[in-house]
Write a protein that binds this ligand. Sequence first.
Ligand code: DP6
Length: 320
Amino acid sequence: MATVTARAHPNIALVKYWGKRDPVLNLPAVGSISVTLSDMETETEVTLDPSAEADRFTLDGASAPAEAARVGRFLDRVRERAGIETHACVSSRNNFPTAAGLASSASGFAALTVAATRAAGLALDDRELSVLARLGSGSAPRSLFGGFVEMSAGRSTSGADAVARQLHPPRHWPLTVRVAITASGRKQVGSTEAMQLSERTSPFYGAWVERNAADLDEARAAIAHRDLERLARVTEASCLSMHAVALSSEPGLLFWNGTTVRVIHEVRAARARGLPVFFTIDAGPQVKVFSEAGTSFALEQVHGVEQVIEVGVGPGAEVV
Ligand code: DP6
């Protein structure tokens, strides 16, 4: 029996991925740029067991039927690739709340890609790992790499060019990321379902896809020059545009609560006072606040904020 454990960290997109050009191969309609986080992590152990009659999956020690189906389909791709039929026992642990809008699917599928391919005896390069991780979740290839990462939408119908690559290692720009938890508990609508609803129904979806290339150029340049003001503008614009597309879907998708909005105003007021801070929000109510390392900025006092988790820029996925 081969057992391999891998660790990966969540990532937060500055330029958002929202929409698929091919739902079967899970090819993104837009490119994205993210920051991999330190401290928060998923650790996944994969054991290939020739005597097992089915795959088994546990998340934080408990069975997780919804995720198990997705994990099973992913393991089928790994087996296909390795030319084996052995079932696997997969146990995954997050040291942060799952499905609270903290991108546990990204770190989860990145860790699973690294552990399962290694356990199956495959030695894949970064590109091949990226292609495989994407089949698990569109944001997962970004968690394979540390620091600042770009995921390309690609053009090929096979998806061979829809891959992630590192733009800069973590030491390039040691930013601080504060995650303001404004509601715990699982989210109502998953990202997959939500972005497909937007594609089908939002009248702004076309404009969203069209602005993507310019957003990517702007974010890449801002990061290369460590220009926080410039990165703040493009990150908040990408985030608010994504939410505008979500809101204009039918039925409208509103991921925010009142506290989410209070934190947005707090961040914008602080930046107007000259503090180098900006926000982004994924398909959930939590707000992620970026700043230059060493900037003190308390969010705990904002009414409704339950908890603030402070992390930095982290490394890529690895076997432990
Ligand atoms: C709002 O990667 O979870 O976090 O590919 O369907 O698994 P699937 O979607 P997922 O979507 C992430 C959406 C987002 C923005 C982002 O991380 O870029």
